[in-house]
Design a protein around this ligand. Structure first.
Ligand SMILES: Nc1nc2c(c(=O)[nH]1)N[C@H]1C(S)=C(S)[C@@H](COP(=O)(O)OP(=O)(O)OC[C@H]3O[C@@H](n4cnc5c(N)ncnc54)[C@H](O)[C@@H]3O)O[C@H]1N2
Ligand code: MOO
Ligand SMILES: [Mg+2]
Length: 636
């Protein structure tokens, strides 16, 4: 896996007044070049030396810390020209340990064959340790032309930097065998020769290590804030691509009082009824089986239909047979008269009924459940994708089905991050914080039918986070971490993910709480959720993003349950769409007090998240009584 950081250098893209097309294009081309073999992250900074250097320094630090032997590529676009704001080459070249002047001149001379303007573009290629650094011009067209050339040798350059001897010799062999040569993007008439020394690439200088450190961190997040729907779309797409796995589980409790192993799982295919229920004509009432045509009158009680037995009797006209609710109606009888509509006429010395009087007339079929009237053999008992809870286990038991095919559940890791954290029962000293996210998430998962298979804590260091993630990836399908995803100097998650092969799909979401929520996937199919550390943010983003992903993973319907409620009090709007917590009880809705993302009390007993729109020029508040969407997050 090649870890790639793509940096777009552009004042206008960084300010949001222009759309970055080159960064996404580089990403697209790299993915085409090595499908599934590149872990990409993107960043955008203004034409500012410190910001550009900061971006490179973070990649180099990561590459240095990465002992896995993966290759690291930093590739920027923009700021390589000669205008006063173009500073990329000036920012990067002093940091390079080696400059690849041959590659740089090849890029220019081959691109010049397409357009003479290429001689003004000054691409920069070099290395720092095991990190390859490539700085390309900003226009998408120029990026395309440079990449056409670069991809012909990029694999080989990365092999050289990582000292992969076998790959290097195979590259040479293949070049020799095929007589392959490096080609220009599109051959045009030969233009004037451009000498490599005129490419504008500055001479190699020593690395200025003092430029690495917190002082050079990004001062603004470069992660775009995705709308919640878009974030959800990316998550669903990733969770859907995981192949559903099936296993067979028992529907029978292993010991009395214990749950059946299949409880809480989801059926992998439809389960059909094997038997009719009832499997005999059953009485709906305690009373007498009769021939409806006989009508009211006095009748001899000839037999008793006992529960659990078949009397074998064929009822004849002029007689009745006593039956109990659910008992078998004897052959010959075609209706049941309830005991309330009869009177005793005579009895035997031992207290048995002899004759009774039927007081009302009944029509054929009265109070009889025909065979298969509840469930007919071949009926759909459980559809595929059905969660097996109490009623479903009852249904399976009613059919004598002792094993069922279900979808496997993901192995889930819940990990807290932060040096300040102590486990809730431990001694605490000043500056420390008790870990409430681990128990809250663990029990949210349990309440939603999932078990945590791994729980851990990562201290705040790039090394600990990287190694911790590496180890979690071996033992979990879905990894949740809390904390370490925002702008703090100890927030390492977003940097660590690419180092362990993660593709980060988003690093911020336009919502409150939950802004720095991060989502990544791994080549072996694992899903990663970087939930914010603030306790409310962690719980809300679990409900909004993680739970639907778990449902999709299991092949369940993931649509949230929503209702409309009246906003109980007027609220000023936040610039971000806000999810405020509320309790719905006996038809009344009340907010849970202060809605700060650190205030876990705002989650207490909350069963609704009320969705408020973002503030706009025309709408700055929502009045009490306005109907708003409410997502149901707990029992009502
Ligand atoms: N300069 C900026 N600062 C912050 C921004 C921002 O955009 N710019 N975003 C804020 C938002 S929004 C959130 S949410 C938080 C998210 O922070 P992190 O996810 O990086 O989390 P930490 O920095 O590690 O911790 C934040 C907070 O949460 C407490 N915490 C963390 N883990 C736990 C736990 N397991 N149990 C209880 N409490 C926990 C931690 O002690 C901190 O108080 O960033 C804002 N900052
Ligand atoms: O988005 Mo943060 O989760 O507001 O506190
Ligand atoms: Mg933080």
């Amino acid at each position: 896996m090649i870890q790639v950081r793509i940096l777009t250098v552009s004042d206008r893209c960084a300010a949001g007044t222009s759309t970055d097309t080159s960064g996404p294009y580089i990403a697209e081309r790299l993915e085409e070049w090595r499908p599934g073999g590149v872990a990409l992250t993107r960043e955008c900074v203004s034409d500012d030396v410190i910001k550009i250097q900061g971006a490179l320094n973070r990649v180099v630090e990561l590459a240095n810390a990465d002992k896995s032997g993966q290759e690291h590529l930093f590739i920027s676009s923009g700021g390589t020209g000669l205008s006063p704001r173009d500073v990329t080459v000036q920012a990067i070249s002093p940091l390079l340990e080696k400059q690849a002047t041959g590659i740089m001149s090849a890029l220019v001379s081959l691109c010049v064959q397409k357009t003479p303007f290429a001689m003004l573009s000054n691409p920069l290629v070099g290395s720092i340790g095991r990190c390859l650094v490539v700085c390309l011009p900003g226009s998408k067209k120029a990026v395309a032309e440079n990449l056409d050339i670069l991809f012909q040798v990029l694999g080989h350059i990365l092999d050289l930097i990582s000292d992969s001897k076998s790959s290097i010799s195979s590259f040479h062999a293949s070049m020799q065998q095929s007589g392959h040569s490096i080609t220009a993007p599109v051959k045009k008439q030969q233009t004037e020769h451009v000498c490599p020394h005129k490419t504008g690439a500055p001479a190699q200088k020593k690395v200025d290590t003092s430029r690495r450190g917190v002082a050079f961190r990004a001062r603004h997040s470069t992660w775009p804030m995705l709308p919640v729907d878009e974030a959800m779309r990316l998550i669903t797409r990733a969770a859907t691509s995981h192949p559903l796995q099936t296993l067979t589980l028992s529907t029978v409790p292993p010991r009395p009082g214990e749950p059946a192993p299949a409880h809480g799982h989801v059926t992998s295919s439809v389960v059909l009824a094997r038997e009719d229920l009832p499997n005999y004509r059953a009485s709906i009432k305690d009373g007498y089986a009769v021939l409806a045509g006989d009508g009211p009158g006095v009748y001899k009680v000839v037999a008793v239909s006992k529960m659990g037995h078949s009397s074998g009797l064929v009822l004849e006209s002029g007689t009745v047979s006593r039956v109990t609710t659910g008992g078998m109606v004897p052959l010959g009888a075609d209706a049941v008269v309830q005991v309330e509509d009869t009177e005793l006429v005579s009895s035997t010395p031992d207290g048995e009924e002899d004759t009774i009087k039927i007081l009302s007339s009944v029509s054929p079929g009265t109070d009889i459940r025909p065979v298969g009237s509840d469930i007919a053999r071949g009926d759909i008992l459980l559809p595929g994708g059905c969660r097996i809870l109490a009623a479903e286990l009852g249904l399976l038991a009613s059919q004598g089905i002792t094993n069922v095919d279900v979808r496997s559940k993901p192995r889930i890791a819940v990990i807290s991050t932060g040096n300040e954290l102590v486990a809730s029962g431990s001694e605490m000293s000043s500056g420390q914080v008790r870990d409430s996210n681990t128990p809250a998430l663990l029990h949210l998962l349990r309440e939603d039918g999932y078990n945590v298979t791994l729980s851990a804590h990562f201290p705040d260091s790039l090394h600990d986070v990287t190694e911790g993630l590496r180890s979690a990836l071996k033992n979990a399908d879905i990894i949740l971490t809390t904390g370490g995803v925002s702008m703090g100097e100890c927030d390492y998650i977003k940097e660590a993910l690419p180092a362990v092969g993660g593709t980060v799909h988003f690093g911020r979401v336009h919502m409150k709480p939950g802004k720095p929520t991060t989502f990544a996937t791994f080549p072996s199919g694992q899903l990663y959720f970087g939930l914010p550390g603030n306790p409310v943010s962690a719980m809300v983003t679990y409900k909004l993003f993680v739970l639907p992903a778990l449902k999709v993973w299991e092949g369940r319907d993931s649509a949230p349950s929503v209702m409309k409620v009246e906003l109980p009090e007027t609220r000023n709007l936040d610039p971000r769409p806000e999810y405020i917590r509320a309790v719905y009880n006996n038809g009344e809705v009340r907010l849970t007090g202060g809605q700060c993302s650190s205030r876990l009390l705002s989650m207490r007993s909350a069963n609704l998240l009320l969705k408020l729109p973002p503030r706009s020029d025309t709408c700055t508040s929502v009045q009490q009584g306005t109907l708003v969407d409410a997502m149901i997050i707990g029992p009502l």
